[in-house]
Design a binder for this molecule. Structure first.
Ligand SMILES: [Zn+2]
Ligand SMILES: [Zn+2]
Ligand SMILES: [Zn+2]
Ligand SMILES: [Zn+2]
Ligand SMILES: [Zn+2]
Length: 370
């Protein structure tokens, strides 16, 4: 009976101890410290033991092997047949290391052409290494084609490009290109004065709104197209001679063909067909003294003021009159804008004149006496 009791007590004690041990193991929040550390070298691992200050926990870790401490010792140079190297020694463990170098280049003597290049095939040249005798070969670039001169295949006209061709006398290769008739102004050309003259012309016609810079850009191209459409020409945007007739003289070439010179016309005196009156435009023409190009235009009687005039003393005087007579109520700025035009129209209706919005001498006279 007593023996049995002891057994039960011992069993219970064991259970309690186990529970207590388990509780202590789970409950410890380790506070770790490095208990032992041996540093690595370049030949063996070091290690570290970390342990808990509060319990018996510990763990050990291997440290990485340290790098060799290489120092340069010698260099053995490469030749064209043997590979050289750099030799290093580790200062701590005295191991050696070789770093291989690239093979050296051959040293060639004079090169000999063994295949001459042509305009279609590359050539070849060879040489031998002065040290090892190895043979080296290299290619020679193709030669440029020996072209004959350009021949016109299709003549340019006053409104279209021509085509010309040239042939290689060796391989018969044919190259062709387009060309402009003489005097053409086009987008690929450098800035120049002739383009300035063209731009001034397009601005005057109200087709271009930009500065006169002599640069044949997008705006100039578009304006040329518009002019060509107005004239019923093909709208290429390229100022062929046909387009430039109002601007520049043409002259006869040796063989009688007309060429555009890019020299502006020089006009003689006006011939009046219809005299301008105090209330209407007249019609007149003048002729270039060099090429006889005839330019016909309508013209205003002198003293006429019209919309679009800017910063003009005469326009200011007109505006002051219109303001005085209570026809417009703006300030007199000298610019003949939409309000001034409307004011003039209004007055012309009041005075029983044709409402053109243009201040002809008749309108001005009537306004002064109103
Ligand atoms: Zn612990
Ligand atoms: Zn070492
Ligand atoms: Zn060699
Ligand atoms: Zn060729
Ligand atoms: Zn002319």
């Amino acid at each position: 009976m007593i023996k049995r009791c002891w057994l039960i007590v011992a069993a219970l004690l064991l259970i309690f101890a186990g529970v207590a041990l388990a509780q202590e193991g789970a409950a410890c929040e380790h506070k770790l410290y490095v208990r032992e550390r041996v540093e690595s070298t370049c030949t063996r691992h070091g290690w570290e033991i970390v342990a808990c200050e509060k319990c018996t926990y510990s763990r050990s870790t291997n440290l990485e092997i340290a790098r060799h401490d290489w120092t340069f010792l010698t260099e053995v140079k490469s030749t064209c047949t043997t590979q050289g190297y750099n030799k290093y020694e580790c200062k701590s463990c005295h191991t050696f290391m070789k770093e291989e170098l690239e093979l050296g280049k051959h040293t060639y003597g004079t090169w000999k052409v063994v295949l001459e290049p042509t305009c279609t095939e590359k050539g070849t040249r060879v040489s031998y290494c002065l040290h090892c005798g190895a043979k080296g070969a290299a290619s020679i670039d193709k030669l440029p084609h020996p072209f004959d001169g350009w021949t016109v295949i299709r003549e340019a006209t006053d409104r279209s490009t021509g085509v010309e061709e040239r042939v290689c006398s060796a391989c018969r290769l044919v190259e062709s290109r387009q060309f402009y008739p003489r005097g053409t102004l086009h987008p690929e050309m450098e800035k120049n004065e002739s383009v300035q003259i063209l731009q001034a012309f397009l601005i005057e016609k109200g087709l271009l709104n930009s500065r006169i810079d002599g640069d044949y850009g997008k705006k100039t191209q578009e304006a040329v197209k518009k002019y060509q459409q107005l004239k019923g020409y093909e709208p290429t945007g390229i100022a062929f001679p046909q387009t430039l007739v109002p601007l520049f003289c043409t002259s006869q070439d040796k063989d009688g063909t007309e060429i555009m010179t890019n020299t502006p016309h020089v006009y003689g005196d006006w011939t009046i067909f219809e005299q301008a009156t105090a209330s209407a435009q007249g019609l007149r023409s003048h002729e270039c003294v060099f090429c006889s190009y005839k330019c016909e235009e309508t013209y205003d009687p002198s003293g006429t003021l019209r919309p679009g005039m800017e910063d003009s003393e005469e326009v200011k005087a007109l505006q002051r009159l219109l303001i005085d007579k209570k026809i417009i109520s703006t300030i007199a700025d000298g610019d003949y804008g939409a309000r001034t035009e409307l004011g003039v129209k209004t007055f012309q209706q009041m005075a029983g004149l044709e409402p053109t919005g243009i201040c002809y001498p008749e309108t001005m006279e009537a306004l002064k006496n109103w």
